[in-house]
Design a protein around this ligand. Structure first.
Ligand code: SF4
Length: 322
């Protein structure tokens, strides 16, 4: 498998204007850099409101960035319009958290699946035969084709949503909490299906979740977001075994250690309070009001991501070279 860079994001920002105010802005994504290699899964983890869903939508150009660049196969798609944008959307798709709202209740499953096929003018021969073959890929039968979304279970609906995303054979998919609206018993099946489809079609994923253990299971590389910024990024197994940023330690503290005899003991981190508002983030390190290690420097100066070990980046003054 070729491991060259498929997607690269540079200094990406998205500020939303606060309704009823001319000056206040929500800094949903506030200067984010990362890259994703072909065939890999980048996990993006953080509490709700940290900007991870906005980041996913920006990357797919479903919303326009305030500033920054997004390179897909070397081309800056922030400039994409018309035919080029259409081509990008054929190659880059999204699966949303809740299939109950992402599938049109007035359309049959067949019509939902044919919509992107017709939009991108993909020739498929006999449409019904094509759809039956596609349904097999996600473990659904012909009998589901002419049903409406409300006639399917939550897991079946998410299978349809996944199939709709891969039906144009994209290279890249953003998966935004794809299992969090499903029963626990169904979640594992959907994660397995996503891994199987990734292998079969050489897909590259960006997997967004608030659940760090699910992200670790799915991803080879993990980015931790806090208040619109990436505070730590690196190989998932290393980040899970030896988290560096205090916030990553806090996220991991809530994950049970499967076998205490064989796993390394994990430092317990208790963090106070809720995340501050992204409308008015704290000066210096945004995590400082909740961080037990905060110093005067943390309150004044913002740390940037620095490489502390090969491929491991962290934004924290504890790791800055003295
Ligand atoms: Fe804590 Fe300071 Fe590191 Fe921020 S920079 S995480 S406040 S130690």
């Amino acid at each position: 498998m070729s491991m060259d860079i498929l997607l690269e994001v540079k200094a990406l920002k998205k500020y939303f204007r606060v309704r009823g105010s001319l000056t206040k802005k929500v800094r949903a994504v506030d200067g984010v850099d990362f890259s994703v290699k072909r065939g890999e899964t980048l996990g993006v983890v953080g509490e709700s409101g940290c900007g991870k869903t906005t980041l996913g939508k920006l990357v797919l150009k479903l919303i326009e960035p305030t500033s920054g660049k997004i390179f897909f196969e070397g081309r800056d798609v922030t400039k994409a319009r018309g035919k080029w944008l259409k081509e990008y959307w054929r190659n880059a798709q999204m699966v949303f958290q809740d299939p109950h709202t992402s599938l049109d209740p007035k359309m049959t499953i067949a019509s939902i699946l044919l919509e992107p096929v017709r939009f991108h003018k993909i020739s498929v021969g006999d449409e019904e035969e094509f759809l039956v073959r596609q349904m097999e890929l996600v473990g659904l039968g012909k009998e589901h084709l002419y049903r409406y979304p409300h006639e399917l279970s939550g897991g079946q609906k998410q299978r349809v949503a996944i199939l709709r995303a891969i039906i144009t054979r994209p290279k890249f998919i953003v998966l935004d909490e794809p299992t969090s609206s499903l029963d626990v018993s169904v979640q594992a099946q959907i994660l397995e299906l996503l891994k199987e489809l990734q292998r079969k079609f050489s897909l590259t994923y960006m997997f967004i979740s608030h659940d760090i253990s699910v992200v670790k299971y799915m991803s080879s590389k993990m980015a931790v977001m806090y208040l619109g910024k990436i505070v730590e990024i690196g190989p998932s197994d290393q980040l899970f075994e030896k988290p560096l940023h205090p916030y990553t330690k806090f996220l991991l503290a809530s994950v049970p250690i499967p076998d205490p005899k064989t796993s390394r003991s994990r430092e317990r981190m208790i963090i106070r309070g809720e995340p501050p508002s992204p409308i008015n983030p704290p000066p210096g390190c945004r995590f400082h009001p909740r961080c037990p290690f905060a110093t005067e420097q943390c309150r004044r100066q913002e740390p940037t991501l620095i490489e502390v070990e090969p491929e491991r980046f962290v934004a924290c003054w504890l790791f800055a070279k003295k």
